[in-house]
Design a protein around this ligand. Structure first.
Ligand SMILES: NC(=O)C1=CN([C@@H]2O[C@H](COP(=O)(O)OP(=O)(O)OC[C@H]3O[C@@H](n4cnc5c(N)ncnc54)[C@H](O)[C@@H]3O)[C@@H](O)[C@H]2O)C=CC1
Ligand SMILES: O=C(O)C1=N[C@H](C(=O)O)C[C@H](O)C1
Length: 253
């Protein structure tokens, strides 16, 4: 056994992201992989292995229970799984209030470029009349729209509200259901699922005579691993809930 202070249990280790995270943790000199859990494995394996940190990369139906287990056992958690809506985040904050030393990072996207793109989009959204999001993913993704798109829409909508920007104009009277996408806090979000893709997002911003497009592409899940490792190295010194990897970065605006 090494003396690593960051003793990591990866949940969802059999999945696309989890299997990458296992390799990234194993390659990190300051970490030790002490458990790799697949669906059906008992959560007790995490404590039996002496983990200090948990990475959750499972499915929206499992993640809340997993994170609650980690918090109740005093373990820090880095969470990439989608499905963390306002109610779940509120319940998590209540759990964390009972464990003031514990840190949890809920990161809709671990890729630095994506975090920056969402931050740029939030700033830009207040300067344009129209704003919509198109997210594009591999066809095995179980949720739509993506967690990243939902979070980006929330940040853009908050920015527009704070600056008194009116909702995007939209004169649609007749449509086939779904043609205008999902509406997340006034922002229309369109989800494409296409073989060959990994994870991509375009934010479209329009005003009279001009368009700004903010696009990010993850071509490989390797793009998410520096963010996972940054999360693991930081979460122990940030008690409470952090929503978004931007909370650990100095974006400077
Ligand atoms: N934050 C980020 O940067 C990223 C987040 N994601 C999100 O991460 C999640 C996983 O994505 P993928 O790896 O593509 O999915 P996946 O379907 O390939 O992997 C999920 C794995 O979790 C397993 N699982 C389900 N419940 C479990 C439990 N209770 N304990 C242990 N394992 C369990 C499943 O059997 C499966 O192997 C999704 O919610 C996805 O949206 C994906 C990519 C990047
Ligand atoms: O399922 C995926 O693949 C991804 N999920 C996350 C999301 O829903 O935003 C992050 C990234 O888009 C890849």
């Amino acid at each position: 056994m090494s003396n690593a202070e960051i003793r990591v249990a990866v949940l969802g280790a059999g999945g696309r992201m989890g299997s990458e995270a296992v390799k990234a943790v194993q390659a990190a000199e300051d970490m030790e992989l002490v458990a790799a859990l697949r669906r059906g494995d008992s959560l007790d394996r995490i404590t039996e292995a002496g983990a200090t940190h948990v990475v959750d990369l499972t499915v929206p139906d499992s993640t809340e229970e997993n994170v609650r287990f980690a918090v109740q056992h005093g373990l820090h958690a880095v969470v990439g799984t989608t499905g963390w809506d306002g109610e779940r985040l509120q319940r998590l904050e209540q759990e964390l209030a009972q464990q003031p030393e514990v840190g949890v990072l809920i990161a809709p996207n671990f890729a630095l470029g994506s975090v920056l793109a969402s931050a740029f989009a939030a700033t830009a959204a207040r300067y344009f009349e129209s704003a919509e999001i198109v997210e594009l993913h591999h066809p095995n993704k179980v949720d739509a729209p993506s967690g990243t798109a939902v979070r980006t829409a929330e940040l853009m909508a908050a920015s527009r509200r704070e600056h008194g920007v009116a909702p995007s104009p939209d004169a649609t009277e007749k449509q086939i259901e779904g043609a205008r996408g999902a509406v997340v806090e006034d922002i229309h979000v369109h989800a494409v699922r296409l073989r060959g893709l990994v994870a991509h997002q375009e934010v479209l911003l329009g005003s009279a005579g001009e368009q700004l497009t903010i696009r990010h592409d993850s071509f490989d899940r390797a793009s998410f691993m520096p963010g996972v490792l940054l999360g693991l190295r930081t979460v122990g010194s940030r008690p409470g809930l952090t929503h978004g990897l931007d909370g650990y970065l100095d974006l400077g605006f």
